[in-house]
Design a protein around this ligand. Structure first.
Ligand SMILES: [Zn+2]
Ligand SMILES: [Zn+2]
Length: 174
């Protein structure tokens, strides 16, 4: 969603709130595509501080369907975080004292989807489990071991081994 914030940028100490909705029904990244099953309108507060700083803040809450790292069953995963951006009056993002281009802001147009997308990426869960003690899938026959045991192994899987076997452990590199 493109929001024109010229009114805030041009008026000293003006503050507005804009209600926006994340414009995508799924979240696509290099990890794959994940359906967003629930999203709440996001109230963004945009403030001009003495024509020196532009502040953008708000709360994001959504539910995304992500496969369990061990057994690949879909897990409705809540993703919640706070957006808290500080920009120069010209619209450059300030991070730890350094300024960098804010690609979600083009002139006076704020691309809220781009802003929220980048923040979801930052707050993406490192690991998703259907339950803490998920037993994963059998590496031999592919059976979901939460539903029973197969004939491939005679002993109960050791939960410490299950942790090592996280099928998507490569995702942790992100
Ligand atoms: Zn699982
Ligand atoms: Zn098996």
């Amino acid at each position: 969603m493109l929001v024109d914030i010229s009114d805030v940028m041009s008026a000293e100490n003006r503050e507005v709130t804009k209600e926006v909705l994340f414009g995508h029904d799924s979240f696509k990244s290099r990890l794959g595509e994940f359906p967003i099953t629930k999203k709440t309108p996001i109230t963004l507060r945009i403030a001009n501080r003495e024509n020196k700083r532009l502040l953008i803040s708000g709360e994001v809450a959504m539910t995304v369907r992500i496969p369990c790292n061990r057994c690949l069953e879909d897990v409705e995963t809540d993703i919640r975080f706070t957006v808290d951006k500080e920009l120069t009056a010209e619209g450059a993002e300030i991070n730890d004292g350094e300024t960098e281009t804010a690609d979600y802001l083009s002139g006076t147009w704020l691309d809220t989807d781009k802003l929220v997308y980048e923040e979801i990426l930052v707050h993406w869960p490192v690991r998703v489990l259907c339950r803490e003690d998920c037993k994963g899938i059998c590496k031999v026959c592919g059976m979901n071991l939460n539903r029973g045991s197969c004939d491939c192994r005679k002993t109960e899987p050791d939960p410490r081994m299950a942790a090592i076997q996280d099928v998507f452990s490569k995702f942790k590199e992100v």
